[in-house]
Design a binder for this molecule. Sequence first.
Ligand code: TTP
Length: 217
Amino acid sequence: MEHTRPFTVIVEGNIGSGKSTFLECFSKYPQEVEVFPEPVAKWRDVRGHNLFQLMYEDQERWSMAFQSYAQLTMLELHNQTTLAPVKIMERSIFSGRHCFIENLHEEKKMKHSEYTVLCEWFDFLQKSPMFNLKVDLIVYLKTSPEVAFKRVKQRARSEEKILPIEYLRNLHDLHEKWLHQSTDLPAELVVIEADQNLEQNPDMYAQVMEKVLAKAQ
Ligand code: TTP
């Protein structure tokens, strides 16, 4: 049966917070949960253009194009129906807007006019009955920027080589502000303290996984 309104979970947290690892844990439950990883491959090949790399090489020049495309690809994921009753997405259109776009604007890497265009698009998409941005649960993998930085360095994604720790500090603060201070979060929030990794603490995801899998019953 196709689920047009599955129970939808978005997984949020800084770059390097462990979102992919959390998502992988659900691969054992294909009947219950359909997982939607972040479309990084698409960002690397937009009809032959690696927007992801361009954005890190020259943020002032490319961040508008990149964030515009990232917003489109996120919208596509939000809009996808599932066969499983639970849908889990890595990130969402919301963190793109409230963390990444906000940071680029605050850091003056994006012109105010460009920021305004992206915000207008976001507001339109959020209000439009043509798109399904419904979310039922937000899972926040909370890390210190220092731990996230260490993991980013360890995994050594080529585009992220030049990422300074300040970038992760800013993104951390914006995640905290969005998830803990805003009055219009799209869904209930659960927080996982994620400075430890699965080897150090094999049960760190257990409670939240149970909560999510219960929605498939
Ligand atoms: P993340 O979405 O944080 O994914 P990740 O693979 O780092 O997650 P984890 O380590 O927790 O598994 O970021 C992926 C890359 O895309 C990262 O370099 C930041 C960048 N990005 C933006 O620049 N703007 C955006 O709007 C989004 C969503 C990501």
